[in-house]
Design a protein around this ligand. Structure first.
Ligand code: FO1
Length: 311
C-alpha cells in the first residue's frame, strides 16, 4: 500500500490518462492526489468552450464516462446534436445532451470571469470528485498539427479528419504559464506519474507549460511514465501512426527515449516484456491494459510500488 503521506501528481491527457487517474484515485488518499490535465485539445465550437481531456478525466473519476468511446457521458442522448444537424449546423464533433450541460456551464462561468481552474474545481465539487483536478494552464494553449504544409487546429485534425493527415510537425504555443495550484502541487509532489497518454499531443503540451517541465526535472524524487504503446501499436488513438510518420520506432523504448532524462523509471506492458532489459533506467513490465476498474487499480498500485522503490 502506498505510504499515506506521499503526494502524487499525475500528468494526464485523454482516455488512457483518465483511466490511470481513476486507478490512482482508488488507492491514494484524495488529499494526496493531483491530476494535471492537458488543455491543448480545447477549442471553441458552437459558441462553447470545449475541454475534452478535462471532461474525459472528470467523467471517468465521477464514474459516468461512456465506456464504449472513453469520452463523453454514459447513457447519453443526442437530441440537441440531431437538431443542430437538421438545421444544417456542424455535427462533426459529437456533443451529447448531458455533455452539453458541462460545456454550457463552463462557458457561462468563464464568461463570468472565473478561471478554468475555478470552473474545474466547481465541476469536481458537483460531480463529488475528491482528488484535485487542475488544467495545465488557465490561458488558451492550443496544440496545432502541421500536415503537408497545412496547419490544422487540433480537433479538426483529430476528429474531423480522423487523425489521417500525416503529421509533419506538432506546433505548441510559446509562453504558456501554469496556474499557481499546478506549481504548488509539483512543489509538494513525492512522485510524478506520466500517464499512458499520447506523448506528443497529450503529455508534451503539459510539459510545454512553464514551469512544469522544469519542476518535474528538478524533482528530487520519482518520475515514472507508463507506455501508451503496447505490442507495437497504440492502445487507442494516433500515437503509433504519429511515431511512424515522425520516423520513430513504435516501441516502449522510443517512448522512454522521447521523455529522456525526465524519467527515473518506466512502466511498459507485459506483452513487450524483455524489450527494455538493457534500458538505462529502471523499468517494470506488467499488465498495463485497463479494461475495468480492477485493472485500473492494479496498474496504479504496481506503478506506485515501482515508483516508491525509486525514491
Ligand atoms: N472524439 C471523436 O473521435 N469524435 C467525437 O465526435 C468526439 C467528441 C467529443 C466530445 C466531447 C469530448 O470531451 C471528447 C470528444 N471526443 C471525440 C474525444 C476528443 O476529441 C479526444 O478525446 C481528445 O481531444 C484527445 O484525447
Amino acid at each position: 500500500m502506498i505510504d499515506s503521506n506521499y503526494k502524487i501528481v499525475c500528468l494526464a491527457g485523454g482516455v488512457g490518462g483518465a483511466k490511470l487517474a481513476d486507478g490512482l484515485a482508488q488507492i491514494v488518499p484524495p488529499e494526496n492526489l493531483t491530476i494535471i490535465v492537458n488543455t491543448g485539445d480545447d477549442f471553441a465550437h458552437l459558441g462553447l468552450t470545449i475541454c475534452p481531456d478535462l471532461d474525459t478525466v472528470l467523467y471517468r473519476l465521477a464514474g459516468v464516462a461512456n465506456e464504449a468511446t472513453g469520452w463523453g457521458r454514459a447513457g447519453e442522448s443526442w437530441r440537441v446534436m440531431a437538431e443542430v444537424a437538421r438545421l444544417d449546423g456542424p455535427d462533426w464533433f459529437r456533443l451529447g445532451d448531458l455533455d452539453l450541460a458541462t460545456h454550457l456551464l463552463r462557458t457561462h462561468l468563464l464568461g463570468e470571469g472565473e478561471s478554468l481552474t475555478a470552473v474545474t474545481r466547481h465541476l469536481c465539487r458537483q460531480f463529488n470528485i475528491q482528488p484535485t483536478v487542475l488544467p495545465m494552464s488557465n490561458q488558451p494553449a492550443p496544440t496545432m498539427i502541421e500536415s503537408n504544409g497545412r496547419i490544422y487546429p487540433f480537433q479538426e485534425w483529430f476528429v474531423r479528419e480522423q487523425w489521417q493527415p500525416p503529421v509533419s510537425r506538432i506546433i505548441l504555443p510559446d509562453d504558456v504559464r501554469a496556474p499557481a495550484a499546478v506549481s504548488l502541487a509539483l512543489e509538494q509532489a513525492h512522485i510524478v506519474v506520466i500517464a499512458p497518454s499520447n506523448p506528443f499531443v497529450s503529455i508534451d503540451p503539459i510539459l510545454n507549460v512553464y514551469p512544469i517541465r522544469e519542476m518535474v526535472m528538478d524533482m528530487p524524487r520519482a518520475v515514472v511514465a507508463v507506455s501508451p504503446i503496447v505490442g507495437g501499436t497504440a492502445v487507442k488513438g494516433p500515437a503509433a501512426k504519429m511515431m511512424q510518420e515522425m520516423g520513430l520506432e513504435v516501441s516502449p523504448t522510443a517512448v522512454a527515449q522521447h521523455y529522456g532524462d525526465l524519467l527515473d523509471g518506466f512502466v511498459y506492458d507485459q506483452q513487450d516484456k524483455g524489450q527494455m532489459d538493457d534500458a538505462a533506467i529502471p523499468t517494470l513490465s506488467t499488465n498495463s491494459m485497463m479494461y475495468n476498474q480492477v485493472d485500473r487499480r492494479q496498474l496504479a498500485q504496481n506503478v506506485l510500488d515501482f515508483a516508491t522503490q525509486l525514491l
